[in-house]
Design a protein around this ligand. Sequence first.
Ligand code: ATP
Length: 443
Amino acid sequence: MADNSQMERLVSLAKRRGFVFQSSEIYGGVGSVWDYGPLGVELKKNLKERWWRSMVHERDDIEGLDAAILMHPRVWEASGHVAGFTDPMVDCRVCKARFRADQLDQMQCPQKPSKIPGEADQCDLTEPRLFNLMFKTFMGPVEDAAAVVYLRPETAQGIYVNYVNVMQSSRQKIPFGIAQIGKAFRNEITPGNFIFRTREFEQMEMQYFVAPGDDDKWFEQWRDLRMQWHVDLGIAPDKLRLHQHSADELAHYAKVAFDIEYEFPFGWQEFEGIHNRTDFDLGRHQEYSGKRLDYMDPVTKERFTPYIIETSLGADRLALVVLADAYREEQVKGEERVVLGLNPAVAPIKVGVFPLVKKDGMPEFAHRIHNDLRGSFPTFYDDGGSIGRRYRRQDEAGTPFGVTVDGQTLEDETVTVRHRDTLAQDRVHADQLVSYLLEKLAG
Ligand code: ATP
C-alpha cells in the first residue's frame, strides 16, 4: 500500500531541516530537479565517500575515473542510446499532458476526472510515440545538427571509452574494474516521488572487466557484495530484496540483470542495478571507433573482448533510501518526537553542543568544547531556545550525540552526552570527550 502521507512528512522534514529543496523554488520550481541543502550535501557526500572507499580504496583491483559529462556524439550512437533510449509516450489532447504509455491504466488519461473546474472530462489520447530521453545541446558557436552534443544519460560510457587508458596507465590486468561517480541527465517523462526519479541525478557506477566464461561467477559475486553493502550501511534487511529481470525486462545489452529494491513508502522500487552487459559495449565501441578494444591474456596469449559486469547505484536514490529507512515518529514521555535514526557514519552532523543556559560561563565552556570537537568531526553549536527544542532539532537532523554543558560542568568539567536513539545520558569529563565520541562513532 502506498503511503503518501509518510512521504509528505519526509519531504517536509527534508525541507525544514535543510536536506533537500525544490530547485528554483522562488520561481515556482522546475520539474523534478532538486537542490541539496546544508545537511543534504553532507549526507550525500558521506554516502559517496563510503561507496568510493569500499570500491576504490579498499580494493587493489578497482581504479577511479572522473570522465567529462560531454562526450563525442558517436558514443551515444554506439551505445544504442540515440536509437533506443526511448519510452513510448502518449499525449492527452484535452489536458496537453504527456505520459509513459506503459504506465497508463487501460489507455486512460490519469488526469481524468479533471480537477480543473470546467475542463472537459473526456480523454483523447494520441497513439504512442517514441521519445528520446537524452538532453541535447550544442557545442561551439553554431547551433546546427552537426554541433549537437548530449548530456550523458549514464556515466558508464565514459568508463568504456577510457578502459584501455586506465588499464595501461594503472597496469591492471583482467579481471579489474573502474569506478566513477558523476552526474547523469534524463528527460524523464513521468518523474516524481521526490528525489526518486529526477531529471538530473548522480550515479555511482562500477564496471568490472572479466574474461568471457568468468562472467557468471563475477556477476553473482558482485550481486551479493552489493546487497551486503546496503545491509552494512544499516538499511533494514527486511526492506531490501533482489528482483531478477525476466526476458522481456532485460535491456538490449544485458545477459542477466538484478535490481536491488527497497520498500519505499510508495512501494518496492529499484535503487541499484547489477547487469551482465556481456561484450556488447566494448564490441560496439570497437565497431564505431575503429580502435581495437580487445585484450590479450598475458599467459595464454589468447585475445578476447572483455565482458562487463556493471553495478549502478543512484546517489540520490540511495539518499532517499537512507532517509526513508531512518525516519521514525515515536512517543517519548507523552510527547511525539521525529527522529532520523541515521547510521552515525553517514549522519551530516555527529555532535550537537549546547550550553544549558546562556549565562554563568556555560556558553564560553560550550564554545571551547565545540572548538575541540570540530577538528575531529562535524559539530553543531546551538544555544537557541529550550534545551528540549534543541535536542528535537538535532533528532530531526539525525545527529547521534548531544553534549550539554550545565551547572555541574562548571564545578567538575564533566558534560552530559545524550544518545539520540536510546536517550541514555552519560557523564563524561571534557578532556575525554573526543576519545569517548570517536570510540562510540567507530562502534
Ligand atoms: P528506472 O527503471 O527506474 O528508470 P533504470 O532501470 O533506467 O531505472 P538504470 O539505467 O539501470 O535505471 O540506472 C541505474 C541507477 O541509476 C538506478 O538504479 C537509479 O538508482 C539511478 N537512476 C536512474 N534513473 C534515475 C533518475 N531519473 N533519477 C534518479 N536516479 C536514477
